[in-house]
Design a protein around this ligand. Structure first.
Ligand SMILES: Nc1ncnc2c1ncn2[C@@H]1O[C@H](COP(=O)(O)OP(=O)(O)OP(=O)(O)O)[C@@H](O)[C@H]1O
Ligand SMILES: [Mg+2]
Length: 304
């Protein structure tokens, strides 16, 4: 290693990690997590770079949520290393992750349905004006800022006074993304944001994932859907039973290959033969594995 050791006294570990980070904001190295004696994740390498979308795919129980819970500070890894800006970290809470610019948007968003959109945008971080003890909410400024920020992301709502509960699921995700961008997130984690959405709404969310990436954020996009992943992804990590089954840049994998990895080509082939044995179906009449894996034929998402 030729880099200098900036911290001086911490020896070669720090030198190595700083030298090897190659601009990644977040990095997992050989990371794993056990819940008691259940090993949910093992030997996982993952990198998140600015202006790139890293997709994490995998079947139910593959370890996707466990992985992002480590990155977002909800859980701690029990094996390997977790680095932020090249330095080993271990978060005790999501607040600590947020302080490093790592924000997670969950499917069941932490919004208050009856509150207006602008109030939800600033929930917990309201703008105030005037000196204490007459300090009060700066409503006009919050409305203006929320409006400007949503427009910056290309989100135009008719009326910011409408309660957030009246927005569609897709629009709510978009508000949450714009909020994370405004409050300075560098890494945005989205756990199955399109799982409960129809085709059109999914498209809208994918558009804002791209918008967040274009604003320089590193995005971790968790999904069951290889088609959605391939539309915006720069890198694809497929988990199977807690380990990485595939880690490939976009240039290294086609949508067809990705779909096949997701579907578990070998497992589908076995299933095909099982069905044939049970039902007496002519195996040759069944479609190829790759044709079985369109999103329409996949089991419904959002069971996390
Ligand atoms: N708190 C927990 N305690 C014990 N085991 C857990 C816990 N959370 C997850 N697991 C186990 O770890 C494994 C991975 O779960 P995880 O929720 O990470 O999967 P996932 O890929 O997010 O699945 P899904 O697509 O269903 O959301 C599963 O076997 C699960 O039962
Ligand atoms: Mg999950």
């Amino acid at each position: 290693m030729t880099s200098t050791n900036k911290a001086g006294t911490h020896g070669t570990v720090l030198e190595d990690t700083v030298a090897a980070q190659d601009g990644a904001i977040v990095e997992l190295r050989n990371a794993g997590k056990s819940y008691g004696n259940i090993r949910a994740l093992h030997g996982v390498d993952l990198k998140v770079h600015p202006s790139r979308v890293t997709c994490v795919l995998g079947d139910n129980g593959a370890g996707k949520s466990t992985l992002i819970k480590i990155v977002s500070g909800l859980h701690q890894h029990t094996e390997g290393d977790f680095l932020v800006d090249g330095r080993p970290v271990r978060f005790n809470s999501p607040r600590e992750a947020l302080d490093k610019g790592i924000a997670a948007v969950y499917q069941d968003l932490a919004t208050v349905p009856l509150m207006p959109v602008w109030r939800n945008f600033f929930l917990g971080s309201e703008m105030t004006k005037g000196p204490w003890p007459v300090r009060r909410l700066d409503i006009e400024k919050m409305k203006q800022t929320a409006d400007g920020e949503l427009r910056n992301m290309g989100i135009v709502l008719d009326d910011l006074e409408q309660s957030i509960g009246t927005l569609s699921g897709g629009q709510r995700q978009c508000v949450a993304i714009a909020r994370a961008v405004y409050f300075g997130a560098r890494v945005l984690i989205l756990d199955e944001p399109t799982a409960a959405l129809g085709v059109k709404q999914s498209g809208v969310v994918l558009k804002y994932i791209a918008a967040a990436r274009d604003r320089g954020l590193g995005v971790i996009f968790i999904t069951h859907n290889p088609h959605h992943a391939y539309m915006v992804g720069d890198h694809f990590s497929v988990l199977r039973l807690g380990t990485l089954e595939l880690s490939a840049d976009r240039s290294q994998v086609s949508l067809e290959e990705l779909t096949n990895h997701m579907a578990g080509g070998a497992e589908l082939a076995a299933l095909k033969h099982e069905l044939a044995a049970v039902r007496g179906v002519d195996v040759e009449e069944l479609p190829d594995e790759k044709d079985l894996t369109a999103p329409e034929s996949a089991p419904p998402e959002g069971t996390s």
